[in-house]
Ligand binder design. Structure first.
Ligand code: P71
Length: 486
C-alpha cells in the first residue's frame, strides 16, 4: 500500500491517493478539511479573564454585551463587521493610500474592482453600509411608500422608516422557523411580493429590498432561481431591486454548494450573476470585503447616481472618498478580490460550519441549517422557562460572557425595538444569540472553547432567569440599553 497526498484540480481539495500496487487498485479519498489558505504572520494577545473579573465587567455593562470593553473580552464574537483580519496585501495597500482630497488614485482602483466583480455602473463611496442606506432611502423613498424585503435589518429598516417608508417582510415562512432545514431560507415568497404589489400598487413601491445572506434569519442564503424570479416579477411592474450585498460572496458560495447547476461555477462568477439581477446595491465592506471601515452605494441608473453623488457631499464627504481615507479604499479594493476566492470562502464558511456541527452534536438548539457568518443560538428553545418579555437572548448572551469571556450579540426582542404606532415591544419569532465569526481571526481551538462554553451554559440553563430593562434609548436600543438580573 502506498499513500500519496495530492492536490486534486477537479475539486480544489487535497486528497489521499491509496495505491494498492499488488492488486492494481487506486483509491482516491477526498479530505473534507476546511483548512485555511493562509498562515499567521502576526498575533494579537488577548486577555484571559477570571470569573470574578467578568462578573464585575458585565454588571458594569448593564448586562449588555455592546457595552463591554473589548479589553475584558477573550473571544469576541459580537460581530463579523470590521473585525476581520486583513491580509498582508491589504496592509500593503494601506501604504499605497493617495490622500488627495479629490480624485484619489485609490478611488479609481476601487471603481475598477467594483465594475469587474460586481458589475454596477456607478459608485458612491460611504463611510460604511448605513451611510449608503441613508442616501438611497432619502432619494428613493417618499412618505407612504412601502418597502418589501427578505426580512428586516435594523439599520436598513430604520433608514427606510426615517424616509417615510414602511418595511414589509416577504421572506419565506421557513426563515422564521429555526428547525426548518430548507437550504435557501433567504428566499422571497413570491406570493407575498405579489400581494404587496396588489394591495399598495407598484407606484407605492420604490424598490424591493433584497439581502444576499439574510443576517437576521441566521445568515441564510437566497437562491439564484429566486433572484431570477424576483427580477422577472418586478420587471413586469417596473419596480427596482436594491441589493444589500454586505455578504454577497458568502451567499454565492452557498449557491455553489447547494443549488443545481452552480457546482462548476466560481464564487466570483456567481457573485457577479447575483449582482446583475439587481439595479443597485448598498454595501457594508466591513464584512465580505474584510476592511475595518468602509462601504458604498452602487447604482446603474444615471439619474439616481446624480442625486446620490450630490447628497454624499452633505453627509459623508466628497464623491471620490465618501468618508473613507484613500488607504481604506485601497484595502477595500484588494479585500473584494480576496473575498470571492473559492479557497477563502471554503475556509470561512467551513469554520462556521465546524462550530455549528459541534453544537448540533451536543444537542444545543441553534438555527439550522448553519448559515455563513455565525451560529445563532435559539434562545426560546435554550431557555423555554424565560418568557420573551424577560429578554431570553439578552440573558443568554450575558451568561455566555460570564462563563468564558466569549462575547456574543442579542438578535431578538431587544433588537426588534418597539412598534412605531402602539409603542409595544415587537416580539420577533426568532429570539436569537449570534456567535459571529470574524474572518481569518480565530483558530479551530478557539471554536472548541466557544462550543464548550455554550455547552456548559446549556447544561446549567435551569438556573438562568431573565432580566428587566432599566434603561432604554430611543433609537436602535440594543446598542445602549441596560438590564438587571431577575
Ligand atoms: C452586524 C452588522 C453591524 C451592526 C449593525 C447594527 C447593529 C449591530 C451590528 C451591519 C449590516 C448588515 C447588513 C445585512 C447593513 C448593515 C449596516 N451589520 N446590512 O451584522 O449586516 O452596515 O454596519 O456598515 O453600517 O454586526 P454598517
Amino acid at each position: 500500500m502506498i499513500w500519496i497526498i495530492k492536490f486534486d484540480d477537479l475539486t480544489g481539495q487535497f486528497c489521499n491517493i491509496i495505491l494498492d500496487v499488488k492488486n492494481n487498485i487506486m483509491t482516491k479519498v477526498i479530505k473534507h478539511s476546511w483548512a485555511e489558505p493562509y498562515k499567521i504572520k502576526m498575533v494579537e494577545p488577548v486577555f484571559m479573564s477570571t470569573l470574578e473579573h467578568r462578573k464585575e465587567a458585565i454588571k458594569e455593562a448593564g448586562y449588555n454585551t455592546f457595552l463591554l470593553k473589548s479589553k475584558d473580552v477573550y473571544i469576541d464574537l459580537l460581530t463579523d463587521s470590521g473585525t476581520s483580519a486583513m491580509s498582508d496585501r491589504q496592509w500593503a495597500g494601506l501604504m499605497m493610500g493617495d490622500e488627495a482630497y479629490a480624485g484619489s488614485r485609490n478611488f479609481y482602483n476601487l471603481e475598477d474592482v467594483i465594475h469587474e466583480y460586481y458589475g454596477y455602473k456607478h459608485l458612491v463611496p460611504t463611510h460604511q453600509g448605513r451611510g449608503a442606506e441613508h442616501i438611497i432611502s432619502q432619494i428613493m423613498i417618499k412618505d407612504g411608500d412601502v418597502l418589501p424585503g427578505n426580512m428586516y435589518f435594523t439599520t436598513t429598516k430604520l433608514h427606510q422608516e426615517m424616509a417615510g417608508g414602511k418595511f414589509i417582510d416577504i421572506i419565506v415562512d421557513e426563515a422564521h422557523d429555526p428547525d426548518s432545514l430548507f437550504l435557501f431560507k433567504g428566499n422571497v415568497n413570491l406570493d407575498k411580493l405579489q400581494e404587496v404589489i396588489d394591495t399598495y400598487g407598484a407606484d407605492k413601491i420604490p424598490y424591493v429590498s433584497i439581502a444576499t445572506t439574510v443576517n437576521m434569519a441566521g445568515g441564510q442564503p437566497i437562491s439564484m432561481q429566486n433572484m431570477k424570479d424576483i427580477r422577472a416579477l418586478t420587471a413586469k411592474y417596473g419596480i427596482k431591486v436594491i441589493h444589500d450585498m454586505t455578504r454577497v460572496a458568502e451567499n454565492a458560495f452557498m449557491i455553489q454548494q447547494n443549488e443545481e447547476g452552480y457546482a462548476d461555477k466560481t464564487v466570483a462568477e456567481i457573485t457577479r450573476e447575483l449582482c446583475d439581477l439587481t439595479d443597485g446595491a448598498t454595501m457594508s465592506a466591513k464584512k465580505d470585503a474584510m476592511v475595518n471601515i468602509g462601504g458604498f452605494l452602487a447604482i446603474n441608473d444615471d439619474d439616481i447616481f446624480d442625486e446620490a453623488r450630490n447628497m454624499v457631499v452633505i453627509f459623508e464627504g466628497l464623491h471620490t472618498y465618501g468618508g473613507m481615507a484613500g488607504r481604506d479604499m485601497e484595502a477595500m479594493a484588494i479585500g473584494i478580490v480576496e473575498s470571492v476566492q473559492d479557497d477563502h470562502m471554503r475556509a470561512r464558511v467551513g469554520q462556521v460550519q465546524y462550530l455549528g456541527q459541534q453544537l448540533i452534536d451536543f444537542g444545543v438548539p441553534i438555527v439550522k441549517p448553519v448559515g455563513t457568518h455565525g451560529i445563532f443560538l435559539d434562545a426560546k428553545a435554550f431557555l423555554p422557562h424565560v418568557s420573551q418579555d424577560k429578554f431570553p437572548a439578552q440573558t443568554l448572551a450575558a451568561e455566555l460572557y460570564l462563563d468564558s469571556g466569549v462575547r456574543a450579540m442579542e438578535r431578538g426582542v431587544v433588537s426588534a425595538g418597539r412598534n412605531k404606532e402602539t409603542g409595544e415591544h415587537n416580539y420577533p419569532k426568532l429570539e436569537l444569540v449570534r456567535l459571529t465569526i470574524p474572518r481569518r481571526v480565530y483558530t479551530q481551538a478557539h471554536m472548541d472553547v466557544v462550543a464548550e462554553s455554550v455547552e456548559t451554559v446549556f447544561a446549567n440553563r435551569e438556573n438562568i432567569n431573565g432580566m428587566k430593562m432599566v434603561y432604554e434609548p430611543k433609537y436602535l436600543r440594543f446598542f445602549q440599553a441596560k438590564f438587571e438580573k431577575l
